[in-house]
Design a protein around this ligand. Structure first.
Ligand SMILES: Cc1cc2nc3c(=O)[nH]c(=O)nc-3n(C[C@H](O)[C@H](O)[C@H](O)COP(=O)(O)OP(=O)(O)OC[C@H]3O[C@@H](n4cnc5c(N)ncnc54)[C@H](O)[C@@H]3O)c2cc1C
Length: 367
């Protein structure tokens, strides 16, 4: 009987917890092993679940069946939203480009997706000097991370799941007391099983604390991603970047950098960097465009001055994206005498795909 199989999960990031949550609902007893405690340990930039801006949009991810995983995930986010799960909201989200841009595949999956046509008269967040030439809007789930992630953690461990804080090495795997081991260990989880595809996208985040939610005409909360073109904001290697602003209960999250690279043996960043101009914020070399473009858009579109909100927090962290040929890994193998199910490499969409991946894992276990 499959319910009697002993199941272990490596990692208590959003993917480990989402799998644990669904397994528990199905009646399985679940043990989670994690190198870090998400709320007690110092912040490791490779522990991606401490950082997501947490839009539910399949950005910066590749791999097989992403559309199916995304649709399943969205359907479950919808159920959670109906059930008032802490921190989940729906915003009217805009994706805006200074250059012509093809419609994204996910237009089929988004509620009330509309292409912007009348750039003179329609409402959309605008920069005073950079014209938007293409764009669209849709209703989008957002997870307010300071509410959503602790609530998920609490739900999983309030029941009978156990959490052990332990850094596993490859030598430990064969002696773990589980029949099935689900690897939600992110970058290090891949390394544990000999996967050396370690490509990352580094991201910078700036929280503007105490700022009010951005509101549109009919009181809907507005969020946006804005791509100003590569002459205005790009990495040193010339990769065009976008900036975004997402509202949270305690203010705004500004972000947008996606710099390609890897970590060396000492954990130092080797890869693309922020192009000039940069700002030094709390000792972090930060792309000035993230603050400057967002400040101009918000003042121009919502009449709010960013400088009126001086309480800020800066972070830099890594999205484990893997190379485009590999992308998200969601499959099973026998290794170290155990059945292993891998679930990593979600890039910039680990929250977005979390429920789709978790449901797929249940299918794999039950088949
Ligand atoms: C700046 C930034 C912005 C982002 N914005 C978004 C967004 O808007 N929307 C979105 O969907 N996604 C976003 N993401 C991506 C998202 O955060 C990640 O995809 C997601 O958090 C990955 O979660 P995970 O559970 O797979 O891995 P992780 O969160 O990395 O968790 C890995 C777990 O494995 C454990 N572990 C590692 N090694 C070992 C070991 N040796 N032994 C035991 N345990 C181990 C760790 O302690 C941890 O518990 C963003 C990421 C960043 C960095």
């Amino acid at each position: 009987m499959i319910l009697h199989k002993k199941i272990g999960i490596i990692g208590c990031g959003v993917n480990g917890l989402s799998v644990a949550y669904l397994l528990q609902k199905k009646g399985y007893h679940v043990s989670v092993i994690s190198k870090h405690h998400p709320f007690n340990d110092s912040i490791d930039p490779a522990f991606a679940s401490l950082f997501p801006a947490a839009s539910v949009i399949p950005h910066s991810v590749s791999g097989q069946n992403i559309e199916e995983l995304f649709n399943t995930s969205q359907a479950f986010f919808n159920e959670l939203h109906q059930a008032s799960f802490p921190g989940l909201s729906v915003f009217r989200h805009y994706e805006l480009f200074a250059d012509p841009k093809e419609l994204p595949w996910y237009k089929r999956s988004m509620d009330d997706f509309l292409t912007l046509k009348d750039f003179e008269n329609d409402f959309y967040p605008t920069h005073p000097d950079i014209k938007v030439r293409s764009g669209w809007k849709f209703n989008c789930f957002f997870a307010d991370w300071k509410l959503y992630y602790p609530a998920l953690f609490k739900k999983v461990f309030a029941d009978n799941a156990t959490l052990t804080i332990r850094a596993l090495s490859a030598d430990d795997i064969s002696s773990l007391p589980f029949d099935i081991l689900i690897n939600c260990g992110g970058l290090e989880g891949a390394e544990l099983f000999g996967d050396d595809d370690n490509l990352l996208y580094r991201g910078h985040l700036l929280s503007i604390l105490d700022a009010p939610k951005l509101k549109g005409n009919n009181d809907q909360t507005i969020s946006y991603n804005f791509s100003p073109g590569k002459d205005i904001y790009a990495t040193l290697d010339g990769i065009p970047q976008d900036v975004y602003c997402y509202s949270r209960n305690d203010g705004w999250v500004f972000g947008g950098s996606r710099q390609k690279g890897v970590l060396d043996a000492q954990g130092n960043w080797c890869g693309d960097k922020t192009a000039e101009p940069r700002q030094d914020l709390d000792g972090i070399s930060f792309p000035a465009a993230i603050l400057d473009l967002n400040a101009a858009i918000i003042e121009n579109s919502f009449g709010i001055r960013v400088q009126d909100f001086p309480k800020r927090a800066v972070k830099v962290a890594y999205r484990f994206v893997r190379s485009a040929e590999n992308g998200l890994r969601l499959d099973a193998e026998e290794k170290f005498g155990k059945q292993i199910i891998h679930n990593y490499g979600h890039g910039g969409a680990g929250v977005t795909l979390s429920w789709g991946c978790a449901k797929k894992i249940i299918e794999l276990i039950e088949s």
